[in-house]
Design a protein around this ligand. Structure first.
Ligand code: NDP
Ligand code: ISN
Length: 300
């Protein structure tokens, strides 16, 4: 599952643009019915300036903004990833299953189909959802059968969770989107190697976390050096490192200069030693985990 130009090839033979622009995190507005004009403007700017992959989710509350921003572009040129969030813990969410959720989301997205639909988390239980993880996956397969998504995948899944899905999967997951950066190189034990050995593309959210911390560490000095050597920014070096780890970065920005930079990653290359040095410096740092702390802090 290697980087080919600026796409990755997925196990089902389709391709996926190698960098995604996220409509979550800073844009998150679940429960707020007001349309975010700044998101529409930034998304339009992103797709007019090189981004061809947009990452959304039911829980972001931003499907209408994605639909509006993409309404003026040729949708066949855009890869759209979206996700289903089912109840977890004490959180009760609006749609009882992925199929019902996506059918409704497609109306807001003004699309007939998404390219990739993910289970946002693996925490399905009879008690919370009325069905368990393997049955959640059956809904995902039905989504493909009905032509509502070209491909299906996972997010925040551990090795054990993936094995549960694979045991009875008729259609295999092609992606696992996890928190991944130099300061968190395995969201859960062994997850990156397991995915890569099983032809499941890892995609990385929070890829820039190490440069967003106020405190600087040894890694920052090294990133500055590589940035200067390649006439790039430290953020571009970090995203290039993600790509060279065989992982697809999902980033976002509201800043036009940065939007252009964040997708401009294909005219330079880190050496194998430089990739290794970022791995090593990152691993020396305290684990940095921003999401799913309750579930995964045990692995810090
Ligand atoms: N599956 C899941 O559970 C999750 C998925 N996601 C997905 O991943 C996407 C990206 O996640 P996110 O953590 O935001 O990704 P990043 O790590 O890429 O961080 C993006 C943020 O970094 C800021 N930034 C970028 N460059 C700089 C800089 N040089 N100096 C200061 N700030 C900078 C941007 O702000 P600015 O606007 O100022 O540039 C933006 O807020 C989300 O939008 C969502 O689509 C995210 C979390 C969980
Ligand atoms: O971008 C995100 N913001 C979130 C907040 C809570 C749970 C998941 C997410 C995302 O994926």
């Amino acid at each position: 599952m290697s980087l080919q130009g600026n796409v990755f090839k997925l196990a089902n033979g389709t391709t996926i643009p190698a960098v995604a622009y996220g409509a979550g995190t800073k844009w998150f507005k679940f429960g707020n019915p007001e349309i975010s004009e700044p998101l529409i403007q930034s998304l339009k700017f992103a797709v007019n300036n090189g981004f061809t992959h947009v990452d959304g989710a039911m829980i972001y509350g931003t499907d209408r903004e994605v639909g509006a921003a993409l309404s003026t572009v040729d949708k066949s040129k855009i890869f759209h990833t979206n996700k289903y969030m089912g109840n977890f813990g004490t959180n009760k969410l609006p749609y009882e299953n992925p199929l019902v959720s996506l059918r409704s989301q497609l109306k807001d997205l003004k699309m007939d189909q998404v390219d990739l639909y993910l289970l946002h988390h693996p925490f399905f239980t009879k008690e919370n959802n009325g069905y368990e993880l393997k049955d959640a996956w059956k809904f995902m397969e039905q989504i493909v059968d009905e032509g509502l998504a070209k491909s299906i995948g996972l997010s925040n899944f551990s090795v054990e969770d993936i094995k549960t899905v694979l045991e009875s999967a008729r259609i295999k997951p092609v992606v696992n989107q996890i928190e991944f950066n130099a300061y968190l190189q395995n969201q859960t034990p062994g997850i990156v190697k397991f995915c890569q050995d099983n032809d499941i593309l890892v995609s990385a959210y929070c890829p820039l976390a190490p440069i967003l911390l106020e405190e600087r560490g040894e890694l920052n000095d090294y990133l500055d050096k590589l940035a200067e050597k390649n006439s790039k920014t430290p953020g571009q070096v970090l995203l290039r490192w993600v790509l060279q780890r065989g992982v697809l970065p999902v980033t976002t920005s509201s800043n036009e200069e940065r939007i252009v930079q964040l997708n401009n990653l294909f005219d330079f290359e880190l050496t194998a030693e430089e990739v290794q040095q970022i791995n090593d410096l990152g691993n020396k740092h305290t684990t940095l985990r921003k999401y799913w702390n309750e579930e995964y802090d045990q692995y810090n």
